[in-house]
Design a protein around this ligand. Structure first.
Ligand SMILES: Cc1ncc(COP(=O)(O)O)c(C=O)c1O
Length: 441
């Protein structure tokens, strides 16, 4: 049986499609009738599908797995918390502050924090707090950034259908149906690393700009990163305009450095969102920042409301406490970066062997692979890369037992357990996959 034969998975899909739209619980899990993946297990850096085929996984659930699947250092703490204490009560325990204090010890940008259950909710909370604090409405976002599935940020730059040769800017379109046009009203988009565009937006809308919302390293756009100078520009323009800088570190937080992307830049946000790596796969998220801003969350007349039934439940908090403790006290992130670097080196050897122009974007724990001669500076540049060749290469890798998203906008995620991967095997598989991609052209 090859990785292409999936009798059990195909049977599961037939059942699932009777029960869920597209046969999946999240639309992005739908990979077509024959290729939608159904798993029977996960461990370390591998996943096993229902047909007993095991893959080394560089997708890692879109980023949360930072140590490895079913890491006992985390799982045991979660089991202990829910068996010794419980799950939720609608009241607090000391675990809330334990986690916040851990975050504060890693991230100097955080004075106070609030929890949520997903990155989406964390962004909603941060944006509402920014608006409450500034008493303004508009949010500036960056083309190619992703901030979750809530209507207001579900408007994207339609680079897929954009002609690179035109002088026109790409259209801004909704992610699909059900998103009212009115939710577009308070959002303005700019291309990353474009100083003139940010000046123009502040010149036109400055008085009403509550915040710039940015992924400093676009984990949803091939890890294309803000330059140091652009990040400083954003900090300065926010300061001079009374607007807030919100860094969405849902993917980069506790992954690219203990203090997230902000530790790499040495430039700090007023508000930051965290999720994914914070809980090694358990559903925990948070937003936080300067005390003065966070204290807008209050019962004062214009105070911001935040909360939710499952917020800061014991599963989430115990997972976060255990994960952050490991990340703080061990050299896990160094090991992750070192494996990431070795993998880029082996991929580079393979691409060079086949004469494929390539470059890597972003940090070693979460790197983007782009087929082109220069690192894209923004989403529009990405369109100039040979993403079709990448997709074919990635699909071939999947057939050979390496799981990743077949879209170069999704980076390669590395976890601590990837240290066990046989890199000679990976290089061989990458070579076969690239050979086949070129033959298939
Ligand atoms: C930068 C960023 N923000 C927000 C989100 C939304 O997070 P969630 O899927 O947990 O709602 C994501 C998800 O990938 C993300 O990458």
């Amino acid at each position: 049986m090859t990785k292409k034969d999936k009798p059990n998975s195909n049977a599961m899909f037939k059942r699932a499609v009777e029960n869920m739209p597209l046969g999946v619980a999240d639309s992005y899990r739908y990979w077509g009738e024959d290729n939608t993946v159904f798993l029977s297990g996960m461990k370390g850096c591998t996943i096993t599908d229902c047909d007993k085929q095991t893959f080394v996984d560089f997708r890692l659930a879109y980023g949360p797995i930072i140590l490895g699947y079913r890491d006992e250092r985390i799982d045991n703490e979660v089991i202990k918390a829910i068996t010794d204490v419980g799950t939720i009560s609608g009241f607090s325990t000391g675990l809330d502050s334990d986690v916040v204090e851990l975050v504060k010890s890693l991230c100097p940008n955080i004075d106070k924090m609030r929890f949520s259950n997903s990155g989406t909710e964390a962004v909603i909370g941060a944006v509402r707090t920014a608006r409450g604090f500034t008493q303004r409405n508009k949010i500036v976002v960056v083309e190619g950034g992703f901030h979750g599935l809530h209507d207001e940020v579900m408007w994207k730059s339609d680079v897929d259908n954009w002609d690179v040769n035109t002088q026109q800017v790409p259209d801004i379109v909704p992610f699909g149906g059900g998103i009212p046009q009115s939710t577009r009203e308070h959002q303005v988009s700019v291309p990353l690393n474009d100083f003139d565009a940010i000046d123009a937006v502040f010149a036109e809308h400055g008085n009403d700009i509550a915040a710039i919302l940015i992924e400093p390293i676009m984990g949803n756009c091939g890890s294309i990163a803000s330059t140091q100078a652009y990040m400083q520009k954003l900090r300065d323009v926010c300061d001079s305009n009374g607007s807030l800088l919100i860094m969405d570190e849902v993917k980069t937080g506790f992954r690219v450095a203990k203090g997230g992307a902000q530790a790499l830049y040495g430039i700090f946000a007023d508000l930051t969102t965290y999720a994914k790596a914070m809980g090694n796969g358990y559903p925990v998220a948070a937003f936080g920042g300067r005390a003065e801003v966070m204290d807008t969350i209050s019962f004062a007349k214009n105070g911001v409301t935040h909360g939710g039934t499952y917020t800061a439940n014991m599963v989430a908090l115990s997972a976060a406490k255990a994960t952050l403790t490991v990340l703080k006290e061990t050299d896990a992130l160094d090991s992750i970066a070192s494996v990431g670097l070795k993998i880029q080196a082996l991929l580079s050897r393979v691409f060079t062997k086949f004469g494929v122009e390539h470059c890597f974007a972003g940090p070693d724990a979460m790197f983007g692979v782009h087929f082109g001669n220069k690192v894209p500076q923004n989403y529009r540049d990405w369109k100039q890369t040979n993403s079709d060749l990448y997709t074919q290469f990635a699909l071939n890798l999947i057939d050979n037992g390496v799981m990743l998203e077949p879209d170069s906008r999704e980076p390669w995620f590395i976890c601590e357990a990837h240290q066990t991967v046989d890199l000679n095997w990976l290089e061989q598989v990458a070579e076969q996959s690239m050979q086949a991609a070129i033959d298939e052209k």
